[in-house]
Design a protein around this ligand. Sequence first.
Ligand SMILES: Nc1ncnc2c1ncn2[C@@H]1O[C@H](COP(=O)(O)OP(=O)(O)OP(=O)(O)O)[C@@H](O)[C@H]1O
Ligand SMILES: [Mg+2]
Length: 232
Amino acid sequence: MADIICIIGSKGGSGKTTLSHMLCYGLGLIGRRAACVMTDICREPPPAHSLPYVYADGRSATARNRILATLRERDNWVGVIDGGANSLDTDSALHAEADLVLLPFRDSAEDLRVVCADLARLPNAYALPSQWPTNPWQYKASVRLLESIPAEFRGRVLAPVFSISSSKLLLQQPPADNLPTPLNNACRAIARYTLGILENGGAALPEAQTAIGASRRLQRMVDQRESQTAHA
Ligand SMILES: Nc1ncnc2c1ncn2[C@@H]1O[C@H](COP(=O)(O)OP(=O)(O)OP(=O)(O)O)[C@@H](O)[C@H]1O
Ligand SMILES: [Mg+2]
């Protein structure tokens, strides 16, 4: 039976589609079969797709249910469902079907407000900081933002997926011939991390795997590097 991972959430432009493709691509790189299912009724499927995972059009409920039923019959597959913004009913239906629900959000107070409302509405979902800043100053501000997450949700906010500009190559038309190594590595890391969360089966996450734990660890590394540079 395939595992079904839904990447959904009310906020537009949070990274749902990019993350869906990064995850499917990364799963392929680590030897898993993946299908990316687009469900956003405001988008058209790409005219061509050359990447090593299946791409399916699940924009109607009928098509989506047929695809999910087919996937459920297949062992060792992972179905990744790419949601659309402001699709509350579809999101609730997908949340009920999924083995893992991810809600990407960006580093803004508005994103945080929306994702907290989604976390309250979708009790099995995890929030995933997406397109997270890598610039040290922006990163410090983003850590403060994460620390403002209400305590009731903190254990459900995963370690960030960092911004990587080459991620857009996955969606490029015509498809890119070669993808850069840093993108391959980022996609593999996302796939491994996501499978780990899936295997965790909804149990409480160790702090190191949450956004706050991961951010504090990274912040310590940045601070150490800064103080070494200052003393050099
Ligand atoms: N990890 C990332 N690094 C850099 N840019 C990113 C990343 N993820 C997404 N983006 C960029 O952010 C923008 C929005 O991403 P995307 O289309 O995946 O969001 P979405 O949630 O699917 O949007 P919509 O709600 O419209 O469906 C795009 O320009 C995309 O290239
Ligand atoms: Mg999208």
